[in-house]
Write a protein of this length. Structure first.
Length: 282
């Protein structure tokens, strides 16, 4: 038996076979920045997750698994995605000081062998690059390469989200040139999917997807108050060559998360227009 078969099966659960694309809900923000609006309490988590069945995948942190495992169990359920990392980059509460390691650090929260035993389909890890302290960048490459090899060994799909350690400081950190380099590094390390931030325009994102031979999912970022802007962002990403979206707040903060998922699926899988998809929001 070959673990590549395991990867193929798990990726087939995440990327819809008929379209090769996915709408993934990212709901793991709490492990990095504390309780997010929309998922602050156990009751809010249970309420939101009861509306996520239409998602192609749902990502949580390790401690959330016992609480929401029913989301993944049964036929026609979302693929299970584990947020593998903790990080202290750019959080809004109790941000670490600039004391020589102020560019942020990360830690892996689970071993891939345990992930496989849990039945998880995919893991997502960050890859922060561009630190002024080159030892931190080296640590990130080594850490991600080990995760990639472990995922190959156990047949787990790997999503890497490459980020600049200087986001918010260097205006070029989200440029197409930098994002293309980071996404290509992620692919060459062994990512099965790359999650990428929006670099500001369809043209810039098209440059990122064109130069990354691994399928790219667009990260949602802040937002969610305006459904049309969420759908427009997804539509722009698909026109730029994305293979789907990996949105969090834009889905779980929506008035009707299930309706937002239907609308996003209409854009990602059915190539409907924003106007057509908006009819599904209400």
């Amino acid at each position: 038996m070959d673990p590549r078969t395991g990867k193929a099966i798990r990726l087939g659960r995440l990327l819809r076979p008929e379209t090769g694309s996915a709408v993934v809900v990212a709901a793991s923000h709490g492990v990095m920045a504390g309780p997010p609006a929309g998922l602050k309490t156990r009751q809010e988590i249970e309420d939101v997750f009861s509306h996520l069945r239409q998602a192609d995948g749902v990502m949580v942190s390790p401690g959330m698994i016992p609480l929401i495992e029913k989301t993944w169990i049964g036929r026609d359920r979302p693929a299970s995605v584990l947020h593998l990392d903790w990080k202290n980059h750019a959080r809004s509460v109790y941000t670490p000081g600039k004391d020589g390691r102020g560019e942020g650090v990360l830690a892996q929260l689970a071993e891939i062998s345990d992930v496989a035993a849990c039945g998880i389909d995919a893991v997502m890890t960050y890859m922060y690059l561009g630190q002024k302290d080159t030892a931190l960048e080296q640590e990130e490459i080594v850490r991600n390469a080990k995760i990639a090899r472990d995922c190959e060994r156990y047949g787990i799909a790997l999503i890497i989200e490459p980020r600049s350690a200087l986001e918010g400081i260097d205006p070029d950190a989200l440029s197409a040139k930098v994002m293309s380099m980071y996404c290509r590094i992620a692919a060459d390390i062994g990512a099965d999917l790359v999650k990428a931030l929006w670099p500001g325009s369809v043209e810039a994102f098209a440059e990122v997807t064109r130069t990354c031979y691994t399928p790219v999912l667009l990260a949602g970022g802040a937002g969610g108050e305006d459904p049309r802007s969420t759908l427009q962002l997804a539509d722009d990403a698909m026109h730029a060559g994305a293979r789907g979206v990996m949105f969090g707040r834009r889905i779980f903060r929506a008035d009707k998360p299930a309706n937002m998922l239907s609308a996003l699926s209409a854009i990602v899988h059915e190539k409907q227009s924003v106007e057509q998809a908006m009819r599904l929001v209400d």
